[in-house]
Write a protein that binds this ligand. Structure first.
Ligand SMILES: [Zn+2]
Length: 205
């Protein structure tokens, strides 16, 4: 279905929703609310139409001399900001993702650095579970770059945790997904955590 048609149909439904809440959808302040609401819903779910592999197609290859066999050096991008939508409550959760991978010394394939944040965005712009999103990010990188290992760590605050009855305003949810050497060797994950700490020590650069 065309985007414009989906927008129109959502507007009708959301106008009804306002009326069901006891509101007058025709009053000045609400007249354009169904349209804005529908635009927001479509923006929050536009990741369905995108293939994360599209962003991982822009790959580069390190020279054999620069990254010899036996290398296990890490590429780490931290604090990738995102906003996603909790599928259980249709409410936002927002936070940061930290991603690291170790290129395979046989293929020596690396991704453009900005592409890692694009992969996060593709998965964030869907109705999500934080746990699933974390694994989807790691899997997409694993499938396409075939690194020795990949780790994704996501830290997020969930609006649904702040709602009446739950009221856990200071809770941060942390999820991890590990593949390859990150799964097999705890010292590799320890190295990743050490690098994250270095970044925290450096503060704002
Ligand atoms: Zn929720």
């Amino acid at each position: 279905m065309e985007r414009s048609e989906r927008l129109e149909r959502l507007k009708v439904l959301l106008r009804d929703a306002l009326a069901l809440l006891g509101e007058d959808p025709e009053r000045e302040g609400l007249r354009r609310t169904p349209e804005r609401w529908a635009e927001t819903l479509l923006a929050c779910t536009q990741g369905y139409a995108e293939d994360p592999q599209k962003h991982l197609r822009a790959i580069f290859q390190l020279d054999e001399d620069d990254y010899p066999l036996g290398s296990e050096d890490m590429v780490l991008v931290d604090n990738i900001e995102f906003t996603s939508t909790c599928e259980h409550h249709m409410s936002p959760f927002r936070g940061v993702a930290h991603i690291a991978y170790i290129p395979n010394p046989e293929s020596r394939v690396i991704a453009g650095l900005s592409k890692l944040s694009r992969v996060v965005e593709v998965f964030a712009r869907r109705l999500q579970l934080q746990e699933r999103m974390t694994h989807q990010i790691a899997r997409a990188i694993d499938d396409h770059l075939r690194p020795l290992g990949v780790i994704a760590v996501v830290q997020a605050v969930h609006h649904c945790m702040e709602q009446p009855g739950v009221e856990q305003r200071s809770s941060v949810t942390l999820t991890t997904a590990r593949r390859g050497v990150f799964l097999e060797r705890p010292e590799t994950e320890a190295r990743f955590q050490e690098y994250l700490r270095l970044r925290l020590d450096a503060g704002k650069m």
